[in-house]
Design a protein around this ligand. Structure first.
Ligand code: PMP
Length: 399
């Protein structure tokens, strides 16, 4: 008998599986606004011109393809930390912030989960809702995943009071995940004053913050502004962990570029933590890939390419924001009497539409429009060409 005879067909991934279902649909006007990957206004994948230029420079240098170290490309890590924590971060200058190159955000989350589990953590707190993959990533790291309130579906807004109340009850020393900006899937972030309250509460309750920075630059269009929450926590003296992903802001999805870092109480402590990250990485995947990290460090190390990046990243954020307004306006134009203002109020890559699972399934079967079951619409997939089609479908299932 086959050694695989007892293997059952696993269910499709709720987000990635949507693409497979979409591929099988042969309706010509089908639309997918599922996975969070940026598209240009013609609906095509977009490679930032600064990335193209950096690649050309790399090809011209005829670099070798030797292994990276376990912690990856140190120059990339240094530039990435400056990008996240700020060029003139005091903690960075003191050497208290150190990290490793990670297999993008996902890989960084997994290594972090594994590392804190080895160091006595039994659970981690995440917002409800959160990016779907957070839960299995941390469960696979051996952690119990607990949730704190985040979103009020009845009025499509941040449930800040509920968030504060739940965080107040979290046991001291617990690790609590925060989305640095452009919360996925809700598109609702705390204001700066609310971040300040959170920072004080985390201090008072002795909680261990862990920032997921997957959308730096995608929220406001300004990568510096989008790091405000993280930088505030560091300035307030928190010791914390962070993952950074370069999938969205640099459009390097398939290159798997990211960083996992910590802010320790001193440089020697931060170095000890990095040594433990390496203990997790070596038997897991040995070392990370080179090319994407070289692209990012080429860009961040060159004043011209860096300013091109800031501009091109803003261009993506601006296009998505224009589409938010268009989508809301189209919904009104087709006669929807529901309030869709939250689509415009939300930020980042997603519109958390408020459509329920039944409505989502009806859009799929009747209109060949694919979004995730929680009603999350990737604004990156909305274009001048399909926005009224999408509005019609949304109105049809929600009237
Ligand atoms: N965190 C959040 C909140 C995300 O939305 C994503 C991607 N959808 C990631 C992390 C990880 O993405 P990647 O592994 O491509 O960096």
């Amino acid at each position: 008998t086959s050694p695989f005879a007892a293997y059952e067909m696993a269910p499709l991934d709720p987000i990635i599986g949507l693409n497979e279902e979409f591929q099988r649909d042969d309706f010509p006007q089908k639309v997918i606004v599922g996975v969070g990957a940026y598209r240009d206004d013609a609906g095509k994948p977009y490679v930032l011109p600064c990335v193209r230029e950096a690649e050309q420079r790399l090809v011209d240098q005829k670099l070798d393809m030797e292994y990276s170290g376990i912690a990856g490309d140190q120059k990339f890590v240094d530039l990435s930390l400056k990008f996240g924590y700020g060029e003139d971060s005091g903690a960075l200058k003191e050497g208290r912030i150190q990290g490793v190159q990670a297999l993008s955000g996902t890989g960084g989350l997994r290594v972090f989960g594994e590392m804190i589990r080895r160091h006595g953590h039994k659970h981690i707190y995440v917002p409800n809702p959160t990016w779907g993959n957070h839960i299995p990533i941390f469960q696979n790291s051996g952690l119990e995943v607990r949730k704190y309130r985040y979103y009020d579906a009845s009025n499509s807004s941040l449930d800040f009071d509920g968030m504060i109340k739940d965080i107040q009850d979290i046991p001291a020393g617990s690790c609590v995940l925060l989305h640095a900006c452009a919360h996925n899937p809700t598109g609702m972030d705390p204001t700066l004053e609310q971040w300040k309250q959170l920072s004080e509460l985390f201090k008072k309750k002795q909680l261990f913050p862990f920032f997921d920075a997957a959308y730096q630059g995608f929220a406001s269009g300004d990568a510096i502004l989008d790091a405000a929450s993280l930088r505030m926590f560091v300035d307030d003296g928190h010791l914390l962990g962070t993952i950074q992903s370069f999938s969205k802001n640099f459009g390097l999805y398939g290159h798997r570029v990211g960083t996992l870092s910590v802010v320790g109480s001193n440089a020697e402590e931060a170095a000890r933590v990095v040594s433990q990250m390496k203990m997790v990485i070596r038997p897991m995947y040995s070392n990370p890939p080179r090319h994407g990290a070289r692209i990012v460090s080429t860009i961040l190390d060159d004043p011209k390419l860096k300013s091109d990046f800031y501009e091109q990243c803003k261009g993506m954020a601006d296009r998505m924001n224009t589409m938010r307004t268009k989508l809301r306006d189209e919904l009104e134009a087709v006669g929807s009497t529901r309030n869709w203002d939250h689509i415009v109020k939300q930020i980042g890559m997603f519109a958390y539409s408020g459509l329920n699972k039944e409505q989502v399934m009806e859009m799929r079967s009747k209109h060949h429009l694919y979004c995730t079951a929680d009603g999350r619409i990737s604004m990156a997939g909305v274009t001048t060409g399909n926005v009224s089609y999408i509005a019609n479908a949304m109105h049809d299932v929600s009237k």
